[in-house]
Design a protein. Structure first.
Lengths: 917, 286
């Protein structure tokens, strides 16, 4: 049998298809590469994530595990086949309920749920969970997915005319403006629009934590492998082979130079014709590794014999941060009650369902990179530096991004595919494998922390000392940010008059620590909030009331000496939780009176978080224009990685300009046409880019009204080729087509920047690191199986002060998604290099692991934020893990002092306590 | 040149197995993850056209589960309560996406210590039917799976069926899986129990197996015999707590420690037995 040209015929979405491929080719590859049906996503190639789910004769199966030979004569349905001229009820329900955030898992969920609804049109929550248990989502926390599926039967598939009217966009929850392609499969993520003639790029990576390496006869290997066009190593890099998210710390080579410092580090690129890749055996590549001693833990990296990762960083200390206020030691000496503890957290993987992917091509002498990202302008700078190109010769055109959570801020494949395109002149495409994504990109820093907190007899906090050591891996990335952010936040949102906190980022050969939703603050908050429970117990105070007593209020100073004049919302959050707290305590008590082996526990924890960079400029610029034919165009450069910036920024802009949201056309974060709105990070987009959008809209409005010579209160609307300005009874029509357009085709345009007014921190960490803070508090209710050490979550109640909820549905989406990641941090996520480099050994929460979530949105307006809004994206996961740990202690009497609190760790703690008794 | 073949019937498959070495491809749910993104390095014998090997049938002495029968097939098939544990396990193997294509023989041939299908099949005393050009032979499951990823299948043989002796159709059964999350999870430990009681409700026969706590799932024969004649939940829990469980030899791994597995296995064994008997745990307020 000639297996290479074997024709296989089947049906896709009702239409016949014939492909000529090897019979063992995965169906996912056939759909995506041969039939260009890229709605079916590849997240793991191992059946661990369900993103590639298709219906095979009506039943869900992972397309990545199906040999195409098994499809012969059968019927396949993909996401592209769900809509039939109009959205299916399920697709519309997903949009209506905000069940799609980044959208990368959405096709798999929709296809799987379609099969469920076919046999069970009105499923219960349990039926939805059982059906969707095999599809992972990292953004939503699943709750809106459950609702969207369970209530799809109520939907008629009609979404039209549901956008808010003029002036009513802020505070409304319209269907996200970029939503429809996410449910139809049309959205193009990093791997979804590779040019057909693109070279495939493969990356040779280190299997060792630390090693020297040398290459053999690469040219001979290339000749021996037909279809391999070129091989590139560090020697081929034309620019500065060092990148890094913080320019002054840039230390990471795009391709390692003779020495690798972590497992997964890139050393060579192989550019091959796509057709040659399935038979290319990378194991034969001529490279010789010489393993060197390595240190995976800070303890080892700081030992007397430790090898320096970077010669100019003695003690393997990358960076340290400090905040000192008052006299903490003395306050603790004099305190009536003092508690001390130590806590460890594990390495946590971002586990977005979209592995890094993209392609690069030359447009004349300009390198164009289309890839998933959180920070196009930073990608541009780093790629230009590595490739030795002037900035203007690099253009970044972001694709849709299938989740980021911090790790897609740093460049990953951009310089690599850029190098291949630059050197070969051909388009170059690369989609990381799951293992490649997990081993080579950044992680949440593992932390080892100690703290002591003291209170007076009345229960007022008098002082706190905190020390946190963060394993930052081999390269800087955002390690300095973690070291600096943690001391600023480790007090929690509580009055702490005497305070001393240190954070250190230590280099090791472990996974590279970087940005991950909260920059070390989630770890530090576990330390502080678990000690607060101990202190409340010593004082004999209710744990919630103890927190309320100490919560920051308007006019208080923070641990950096920053006086918070107004907008402090933590008291409102904690007060909103009061009735839930007493109800939950009563429920738990009643349950526990009846059960011995299963014990319920309730925990609470708070968060505060400064929005934007810490004392460093981080401006956003927003541009907008009116075209001659009357279109309002918003250059929305705040990358939407699922959180909703495309919608939120447009809502702020529309209401400020005074036009309906439906009038706004969006242009994305293409660096050639859209100004820099900064990185999607630090919970900064709603506040900072939102503020820039507000300023741009106001400037645009003023221009038009001034042109029309009317007062600022006039109303504004657009119709074909005209702007209409009304004031009282009078109306004036401006014929836009007769106005002179600028080079971009705009007859009116505005471009405005906003940078938060912060102040540098002095040598004691005193100053004004952030202009805006957001606040929140959560209650966790759970049940511990005392015989197995397993934890079943019952409910999370989350109160978050967002200043002003620009879009309440998206706020809830952030809360639920953040909580799901907090659950993972608390109970199951532990990345171990070399051992959990896939999504079946590395566990993230499934649809069955996220309990009911009740979101309480608190709006204590911030004087600085647009419409009073504050950031939210990172705040939401900070309280979850400490609330869970406090609840486990409430249920069992023991604190687990290392997360994740796996069944092994919980049972060990319970048994150790039993042994003492 | 690496070969690919998709035989039309079992005899053709056996003939091919007789002439070369092959990797057998059935559901593909272990085949592809093991392959990763490397090129094929072995001949592939695709048995997905062997319709005779899919489905459940009956002989005088056995219930015959064809090698290609999927876990969804098993979960949906009408079977006596002795099979409840197997059906419960069938719904815990990976996800519905996996269960729709993954086969019973694949679960055995992959020989993972954490294979969810193995403990209930052990508690059903199943045998594995192997065929080659030389003929067929039948091995007890414990003689078929030899160790972690090791099976007693010769290169010229293939598994054609899993045979359940009629005697095993007696009793009621239950399966308990312990994982670190709710769905799509590799077991830390699992237990299957099939219990036959007499007219007075006393235990007459017990078949109990534990997985992921030894290189191959193990029957707990000492515990099984100590349960004979017991009836109440308290008696049973006492017997389980007193059992040595020295058949088990768990290891430390990313999912749990050996100490934890030992403790947890005992607990889920107790729960599986009580579940099979329809008894609730002796639960009292502390």
């Amino acid at each position: 049998m000639n297996v290479h040209g074997h024709a296989i015929t089947f049906e896709v979405n009702g239409a016949p298809a014939t492909v000529s491929v090897h019979p063992v080719t995965r169906l996912s590859s056939v759909l995506r590469d041969e039939l260009r049906l890229t709605g079916t996503k590849v997240g793991c190639d191992a059946g661990d994530c369900g993103a590639c789910t298709v219906l095979l004769d009506g039943e869900p199966a992972c397309a990545c595990l199906l040999p195409v030979a098994s499809i012969e004569g059968r019927s396949v349905q993909t996401v592209e086949g769900l809509a039939n001229g109009r959205l299916s009820a399920l697709q519309a329900s997903f949009l209506e309920h905000g069940a799609a955030q980044c959208g990368i898992c959405t096709p798999g969920l929709l296809v799987t749920a379609t099969a469920l609804l076919e046999r069970c049109p009105r499923p219960s929550e349990a039926e939805v969970k059982d059906a969707l248990g095999g599809v992972l989502c990292r953004c939503t926390g699943y709750r809106k997915i459950i609702t969207a599926v369970a209530e799809a039967w109520k939907h008629d598939g009609d979404l039209a005319s549901k956008l808010p009217e003029t002036g009513k966009a802020v505070g409304a929850s319209p269907v996200r403006l970029d939503g429809v392609p996410k449910v139809t499969g049309e959205e193009k993520f990093g791997a979804d629009s590779f040019p057909v003639d693109a070279l495939s790029v493969l990356v040779l990576r280190s299997p060792h934590h630390r090693a020297r390496f040398s290459f053999g006869d690469v040219e001979e290997w290339r000749r021996g492998n037909p279809g391999v066009v070129a091989v590139f190593t560090a020697a081929d890099i034309p620019g500065r082979n060092r990148f890094g998210a913080i320019p002054s710390f840039a230390d990471q080579p795009a391709l390692a130079e003779g020495m690798v410092r972590f497992r997964g580090e890139a050393v060579a690129l192989i550019a091959a014709e796509r057709i040659a890749v399935p038979t290319l055996d990378m194991a034969t590549f001529p490279v010789t590794w010489t393993e060197q001693p390595h240190a995976l833990l800070p303890r080892e990296a700081q030992g007397p014999d430790a090898v320096l990762l970077h010669a100019h960083r003695p003690g393997n200390l990358l960076a340290s941060g400090i905040v000192e206020h008052g006299d903490a030691d003395r306050a603790l000496r004099d305190a009536a009650h003092v508690v001390s503890g130590a806590f460890e957290t594990s390495c946590v993987e971002h586990a977005y369902i979209e592995p890094e992917a993209g392609f690069a091509r030359m447009d004349g002498d300009t390198l164009v990179v289309s890839a998933c990202t959180q920070a196009p302008h930073m990608d541009r700078e780093d790629t230009a530096l590595v490739l030795g190109l002037p900035l203007e010769k690099v253009r970044i055109v972001p694709t849709a991004t299938g989740g980021g959570f911090g790790s897609k801020i740093d460049v990953s494949l951009q310089p690599l595919i850029g190098l291949v395109a630059l050197k070969t002149g051909r388009p170059a495409a690369l989609a990381y494998t799951r293992m490649e994504s997990m081993t080579s990109t950044t992680k949440r820093h593992p932390a080892a922390m100690q703290a002591t907190i003291g209170a007076d007899v009345d229960g007022s906090i008098v002082g706190m000392v905190f020390d946190g050591e963060f394993n930052t891996g081999p390269y800087a990335s955002f390690g300095p940010t973690v070291a600096n952010r943690v001391p600023v936040h480790a007090s929690g949102p509580y009055r702490t008059p005497n305070y001393s906190a240190k954070g250190r980022a230590i280099h090791t050969n472990g996974p590279n620590g970087g940005a991950f939703r909260g920059f070390g603050v989630p770890q530090a908050t576990i330390m502080q909030e678990t000690l607060y429970d101990e202190l409340a117990a010593k004082l004999g105070m209710d744990r919630l009331e103890f927190r309320l007593k100490n919560a920051l209020r308007d006019g208080d100073a923070t641990v950096t000496g920053q006086k918070l004049e107004s907008g402090v919302g933590i008291v409102a959050c904690l007060e909103a939780l009061r009735p839930h707290w007493s109800r939950a305590l009563a429920d738990a008590e009643a349950f526990n009176a009846m059960h011995a082996n299963f014990k319920r526990g309730i925990g609470v924890a708070s968060c505060w978080y400064g929005c934007g960079n810490t004392s460093i400029a981080n401006p956003s610029t927003i541009k907008a224009g009116i075209t001659g034919d009357g279109h309002v165009v918003l250059h929305q450069g705040a990358v939407d990685i699922g959180q909703g910036a495309n919608t939120v920024i447009a809502q702020i802009f529309a209401d400020t300009l005074g036009v309906p949201l439906a009038d706004i056309s969006l242009v994305g974060a293409d660096t050639a046409v859209t100004p820099d709105a900064g990185k999607t990070s630090a919970s900064r987009q709603t506040y900072i880019s939102g503020k820039a959008a507000e300023k741009a809209a106001r400037a645009l409005r003023e221009q038009i009204l001034r042109f029309a010579n009317v007062s600022p209160g006039a109303s504004l609307s657009f119709e074909a080729g005209a702007a209409v300005v009304r004031e009282g009874e009078a109306a004036r029509r401006i014929d836009l087509a007769r106005l002179k357009a600028n080079g971009e085709g705009y007859v009116f345009s505005a471009r405005e920047s906003y940078d938060p007014p912060t102040e540098a921190l002095d040598e004691k960490g005193q100053g004004k690191p952030y202009a805006v803070y957001g606040y929140g508090a959560q209650i966790a209710e759970l049940e511990v199986d005392r015989k197995l050490g397993t934890v079943k979550l019952i409910k999370i109640t989350a109160a978050h002060d967002v200043g002003r909820a620009i879009n309440p549905l998206l706020v809830e989406g952030q809360i639920e998604g953040g909580i799901a990641q907090g659950i993972g941090l608390a109970l199951m996520e532990e990345y171990i290099t070399g051992r959990t480099e896939n999504l079946h050994d590395y566990l993230i929460p499934t649809i069955g692991d996220v309990p009911e979530i009740e979101s309480i949105i608190i709006e204590v307006p911030d004087p600085e934020g647009p419409f009073g809004a504050k950031g939210l994206g990172e705040h939401v996961l900070i309280p979850t893990a400490p609330a869970i740990l406090n609840a486990i202690r409430h249920a069992t009497g023991v604190l687990v002092t290392k997360v994740p609190a796996t069944p092994t760790r919980v049972l060990e703690a319970v048994r150790a306590r039993e042994a003492i008794r | 040149m690496i070969r690919y073949a998709k035989p039309r019937d079992v005899d053709e498959a056996l003939a091919l197995l007789g002439e070369a070495r092959w990797k057998i491809l059935a559901g593909g749910t272990d085949f592809y993850p093991a392959l990763g993104n490397r090129p094929l390095s072995e001949n592939v014998l695709d048995i997905n056209a062997l319709d005779a090997l899919r489905g459940i049938s009956e002989t005088e002495t056995h219930l015959v589960i064809g090698a290609r029968t999927t876990w969804t097939d098993i979960a949906k098939h009408e079977l006596p309560p002795a099979f409840d544990m197997l059906k419960q396990a069938a719904r815990e193997i990976g996800s519905p996406q996996i269960q729709n294509v993954a086969t019973i023989s694949g679960n055995l041939c992959n020989a993972s210590p954490a294979a969810d299908g193995v403990p209930p099949l052990m508690a059903l005393d199943v045998e594995v039917e192997l065929r080659s050009l030389a003929g067929s032979r039948v091995l007890r499951l414990s003689d078929f799976i030899l160790g972690n990823r090791r099976i007693a299948c010769r290169p010229d043989e293939m598994v054609t069926a899993v045979l359940v002796p009629k005697a095993s159709l007696r009793g009621t059964s239950s399966f308990r899986k312990l994982g670190a999350r709710r769905y799509l999870v590799i077991s830390i430990a699992m237990a299957a129990a099939r219990m036959v009681t007499d007219a007075q409700g006393k235990i007459e026969t017990a078949a109990i197996a534990v997985g992921a706590c030894s290189a191959v799932a193990r029957r707990l024969s000492n515990l099984e015999s100590s349960l004979i004649g017991l009836r109440s939940a308290a008696e049973i829990e006492h017997a389980v707590m007193a059992a040595s469980l020295d058949e088990l030899s768990p290891i430390d791994d990313v999912r749990g420690t050996a100490t934890y597995r030992h403790a947890a296995a005992r607990e889920i064994v107790a729960r599986a037995i009580l579940g099979a008997l329809g008894l609730s745990e002796a639960e009292a307020a502390a």
